[in-house]
Design a protein around this ligand. Sequence first.
Ligand code: ADP
Ligand code: MG
Length: 257
Amino acid sequence: MTRAAMRDDTNPVSLGRERDERGSNALVPLLSVRKLRKNYRSGGGLLEVLRGVDFDLDQSGFVAIVGQSGSGKSTLLHLMGLLDEPDSGEVYLSGTRIDNLPAHHRDRLRNTDIGMVFQSYHLLPEFNALENVLAPLMVRYGVLEWMRRKTEARGRARALLERFGLGARLHHKPRQLSGGEMQRVAIARALVSQPRVLLADEPTGNLDEASGAEILDTICELNREDGLSIVLVTHDSAIARRADRIVRLAAGHVETI
Ligand code: ADP
Ligand code: MG
């Protein structure tokens, strides 16, 4: 039995989705961008950040994107995560174009299929750890469905936090947590919807070395043991070497290293 076949939606810690194996052609990359261009207007000038980027992430792949500060790594990740729109070019998920979908459809995909983690965690300060992890499901379900599914959702969120060693921190607010703990809450939040891909933007950038190493180990484990497909942005080549493949962003283009 494959790792994927062992996954089960009733298992709260299960991250995979059988439909990826059932419904999609293994030859089609999970996530692709084609001829992606993004400019910013600044001070009357035009800053060409991405000048025609092509990129593929295979199902269960783990790719690191490296590049100097300002090379456009976050810009690229935001476009892949549908947080921003390209000036031209395309983004595909399992072969389906997603960048040109209506806004409500893109919001939905971001909520269900794309997990994102950022350097600065972006937790809601008034919510405790458990509530932060549950937030995407509350948004997705709406009031009536939330009432029906609340128990199951809380079980799933709690199981994820326990898996990441935060079983004793469920009711802590972000200000009561360390940086490493906040990032583990953020990873649990990114995974609670069982996304098809995790996009991480310098997830260890604000952490001390030991906490950063723990977060990196967690991300690697999610790929190796759960088969989660991951794009990791980092300026640190030692971190990038943990991925299966490294691509460098420079002068608006990507090259495989
Ligand atoms: P990286 O993540 O590799 O450090 P970014 O993608 O954040 O790079 O930024 C790439 C370039 O685009 C930088 O020069 C940055 O200043 C510029 N930039 C990013 N976002 C904006 C924006 N919203 N408006 C104008 N310029 C921006
Ligand atoms: Mg950045």
